[in-house]
Design a protein around this ligand. Structure first.
Ligand SMILES: [Zn+2]
Ligand SMILES: [Zn+2]
Length: 166
């Protein structure tokens, strides 16, 4: 198996006190999760460098709307042991429609959403990408809960459309 080490990247919340370090290696493998909708390729084979190759997920579920204060959230799945979060965080737990408990972690000083964890993600966790400048050009692999997409928004070109998760 070939492993290319990806340059670590750091994001931060609005106030700057909470930082998120992603330090990951491209093994060419998929993130394995219990959910068939989330067995995504970690590295969309598009570009050569850094996190340009890591593909994003947009989620239109009601919980993402409220936890982000916006119409949808943008995320990337990263293995938990490749994520380091430092700063004044708090965790809020809620039950998803699937019955899974979702832990939502946010900066306790400024409220920026940082990450969320769920049994559905297996060994991975969802990192909210808006805290990183590096994701501005990263393509979207999937859109989840498109049944809840606001009518004024169109599909993201090239993104797999998943109406809901079961
Ligand atoms: Zn903050
Ligand atoms: Zn969601």
């Amino acid at each position: 198996m070939t492993t290319n080490h990806i340059k670590p990247i750091t994001g931060n919340c609005l106030c700057g006190d909470t930082t998120i370090l992603l330090d990951t290696a491209d093994t060419g493998e998929q993130v394995r999760t219990p959910s068939p909708f989330l067995s995504l390729s970690r590295f969309h084979i598009l570009t050569q460098t850094c996190f340009n190759a890591l593909s994003q997920i947009a989620c239109h579920c009601q919980d993402c709307k409220q936890s982000s204060g916006s119409a949808f959230s943008t995320n990337v799945l990263v293995l938990q042991n490749e994520v380091t979060i430092r700063g004044p965080i708090k965790t809020y737990e809620s039950k998803a429609p699937s019955g899974n408990i979702v832990q939502r972690i946010f900066c306790s000083k400024c409220g920026s959403p940082i990450t969320h964890k769920s049994e559905a993600f297996g060994d991975a966790q969802a990192i909210q990408t808006g805290n990183f400048k590096q994701f501005s050009r990263v393509p979207f692999h999937s859109e989840l809960f498109t049944k809840n997409r606001w009518s004024g928004l169109g599909e993201i070109p090239g993104a797999r459309q998943v109406a809901a998760m079961v």
